[in-house]
Ligand binder design. Structure first.
Ligand code: NAD
Length: 499
C-alpha cells in the first residue's frame, strides 16, 4: 500500500524545507518538525519551525517592501504582467504540484490533478485576481451643497502587510485565494502553510520566487500554532487572512487586536442539506451528499453538508442509497487511480472523529454503516470507513459540532419550517444545500437559512463569487470583488477647487 507514496517521495527527491524571506531562500538554523503522510504515517521530510524569530524577520522584509518598495506603487499593467507570467509557470508545473499536494494531505492524485483543488484551479484563481489589477477603482462624489467648495473622490489603496495563515485541506487553492488577492491589490505577504501540508505551497513559492517580484513582496515561513500566533499578534502586520477552525479563528481575533488588524476569517461549518420529496432523484441526491462526506477529502471540507435533513416520505429511500454509496468507496494508496477517498489528516484527528462516533452511539443515535478503522494494509494509516447516523437528536454533539471527517447525520422532517429551524439550529453558518424542483420553495428556503452561501440542487464555490460564513463560521468574504475590498483600504480625498 505504501509503495506508490514512497516511490513518489523518492522520485521527487524531497529535501528538508527552506523558508523564503526578503527575496532569498534560506535554511533555518533553529528547530524543525517532521511532516508525516496521513496514509501511512511515514515521514515525508522536515520543515523549519521558525517561531517568533522567523516571523520577525519575514514581517520586517514584507514591511520594508511595502513601505519603501515599488510593488504597491507599480502601474497596474506592470504588476499584472508579472502575475500573468507566474500563472504560465503554474501550468508547466501542474503534475508536480498535484503530486506534492497528494504527498501533503493524501488526496487521491487523480482528484488532486483534476478537481476544484487542482493546480489548474489555483492558476484560475490567480488569473481571476490578475484581471482585477487594472480595475481597482474608487469613486467621485457630486458636490454636496452650494455652501461647500470641496470636491471628493475615493481611492483604493493596498491594506499593507498581509499575514496569510492556511489550513491543510486545499493548500493550493487557499494559497491562490490569499496570495492572488493580496498581490493584485499591491500588498506584501507573509504566508504560513499548515504544519500538515507544506510541500505544494513551498513549490508554489519557488515558482513565485522565480518571477520578477521585488524582494520582500512575497515571503513564506513554516511552523505550527505558535508561529501562526506570532504572526497574528505581530504589530508589523496590517491584515490577517486566515482559513482554519473556529477555535483558532477566535484566538486570532483576540491576538490581532493589538494593532487593530483587518481580518478575514474563513472558518468551520456544520452545514445542512434540506432534501424535499419533489427532488429529481433521491438516489442521486443521497449519492451526492454521502459522497461529499465519504469520497474526495473524506468529508474534510469546510462547506460539506454534514446534516442531511430529509423529508420523512423519502427518508428510508435516502438512507438506503446513502449506505450503498458509503460502501462503494475505495480507500487505499492515493497514487492508485482506483482510490476514491483521502485518509484523515492526523492520528489525533482520527481519534477525535472515532470519539464522535462513540459519543453518537452513547447519546442514542444509530450507526447505520461505517465508523470503523479498516485493518490489513491500511492499519498503519489514519483511515476510517465513512459513517452514516440516523435517529440523531438535536441536543447531541454529532448534530451540533463540526466533526471534519467522513460522518453524515440523516434526520427526517415533516414540514418546511421545521427543516429550516433545524438547519439554523447551529452556532455555525457557512454553507448549505436545498434539493427540490420547486423554484419558489428553493428561493424561499435559500433566504430563510442563515449561512454565507447556499446551493440549490448542488454546491460549488468559484473564485469570482464571495465565499465566507456568518455566526461562528467567520468574518468577511473572499472571492471576486469581496477580496479586493478585503485587501484594500478606502481613502477619501477632498480637495478645494477654488484655490
Ligand atoms: P487549524 O485551525 O487547526 O489550523 C489552521 C492554521 O492555523 C494552521 O496553519 C495552524 O498552524 C494555524 N494556527 C493554529 N493555531 C494558531 C494560533 N493560535 N494562531 C494563529 N495560527 C494558528 O485548522 P486545520 O485543522 O488546518 O483546518 C481545518 C479547519 O479549517 C476546519 O474547521 C475547516 O472547516 C476549516 N476550513 C475552513 C475553510 C473556509 O473556507 N471556511 C476552508 C478550509 C478549511
Amino acid at each position: 500500500m505504501e509503495d506508490l507514496i514512497m516511490e513518489a517521495r523518492a522520485e521527487l527527491g524531497l529535501r528538508p524545507g527552506r523558508i523564503f524571506i526578503g527575496g532569498r531562500w534560506m535554511d533555518w538554523d533553529g528547530p524543525r518538525f517532521d511532516q508525516v503522510h496521513p496514509a501511512n504515517n511515514r515521514v515525508m521530510t522536515c520543515f523549519a519551525d521558525v517561531g517568533e524569530r522567523g516571523v520577525d524577520q519575514a514581517v520586517a522584509a514584507a514591511r520594508k517592501a511595502f513601505d519603501e518598495g515599488p510593488w504597491p506603487r507599480m502601474p497596474a499593467q506592470d504588476r499584472k504582467r508579472i502575475i500573468q507570467r507566474f500563472i504560465e509557470r503554474i501550468y508547466t508545473a501542474e503534475e508536480l504540484l498535484a503530486k506534492l499536494q497528494t504527498l501533503d494531505n493524501g488526496i487521491p492524485y487523480t482528484l488532486s490533478l483534476a478537481t476544484r483543488v487542482s493546480p489548474k484551479a489555483a492558476a484560475d484563481v490567480f488569473d481571476h485576481f490578475a484581471g482585477w489589477i487594472d480595475k481597482i477603482n474608487g469613486e467621485t462624489y457630486p458636490r454636496f451643497s452650494s455652501t461647500s467648495n470641496m470636491d471628493y473622490m475615493s481611492i483604493r489603496e493596498p491594506v499593507g502587510v498581509v499575514g496569510a495563515i492556511l489550513a491543510w485541506n486545499a493548500p493550493l487553492i487557499m494559497f491562490a485565494l490569499k496570495v492572488g488577492a493580496a498581490l493584485a491589490c499591491g500588498c506584501t505577504v507573509v504566508v504560513k502553510p499548515s504544519e500538515y501540508a507544506n510541500l505544494a505551497v513551498m513549490k508554489m513559492a519557488e515558482i513565485l520566487a522565480e518571477s520578477e517580484l521585488p524582494p520582500g513582496v512575497f515571503n513564506v515561513i513554516s511552523g505550527g500554532a505558535s508561529t501562526g500566533a506570532s504572526l497574528s499578534s505581530h504589530r508589523g502586520v496590517d491584515k490577517i487572512s486566515f482559513t482554519g477552525s473556529a477555535t483558532t479563528g477566535e484566538r486570532i481575533l483576540a491576538a490581532s487586536g493589538t494593532n487593530m488588524k483587518r481580518l478575514s476569517l474563513e472558518l468551520g461549518g456544520k452545514s445542512a442539506a434540506i432534501v424535499f420529496p419533489d427532488v429529481h432523484s433521491i438516489a442521486s441526491t443521497a449519492n451526492s451528499l454521502m459522497g461529499l462526506c465519504s469520497s474526495f477529502l473524506s468529508g474534510q471540507v469546510c462547506s460539506t453538508p454534514t446534516r442531511a435533513l430529509v423529508h420523512r416520505s423519502v427518508f428510508d429511500e435516502f438512507v438506503h442509497h446513502a449506505v450503498l454509496q458509503a460502501q462503494s468507496v475505495k480507500l487505499g494508496d492515493p497514487f492508485d487511480p482506483t482510490t476514491t477517498s483521502a485518509p484523515i489528516i492526523s492520528k489525533g484527528q482520527l481519534n477525535r472523529i472515532l470519539g464522535y462516533v462513540e459519543s453518537g452511539k452513547r447519546e442514542g443515535a444509530r450507526l447505520v454503516c461505517g465508523g470503523r478503522q479498516p485493518g490489513g494494509t491500511l492499519a498503519n494509516g489514519n483511515w476510517m470507513e465513512p459513517a452514516l447516523f440516523v435517529d440523531v437528536k438535536r441536543e447531541i454533539s454529532i448534530f451540533r459540532e463540526e466533526i471534519f471527517g467522513p460522518v453524515l447525520c440523516a434526520i427526517p422532517f415533516d414540514r418546511e419550517e421545521e427543516a429550516v429551524r433545524m438547519a439554523n439550529d447551529s452556532e455555525y453558518g457557512l454553507a448549505g444545500c436545498i434539493y427540490t424542483t420547486d423554484v419558489r420553495r428553493a428561493f424561499r428556503v435559500a433566504r430563510a437559512v442563515r449561512s454565507g452561501s447556499i446551493g440549490i440542487n448542488g454546491y460549488a464555490s468559484v473564485p469570482n463569487a464571495p465565499m465566507g460564513g456568518v455566526k461562528r463560521s467567520g468574518i468577511g468574504r473572499e472571492g471576486g470583488w469581496s477580496s479586493i475590498e478585503a485587501f484594500t483600504e478606502l481613502k477619501t480625498i477632498d480637495f478645494n477647487m477654488d484655490v
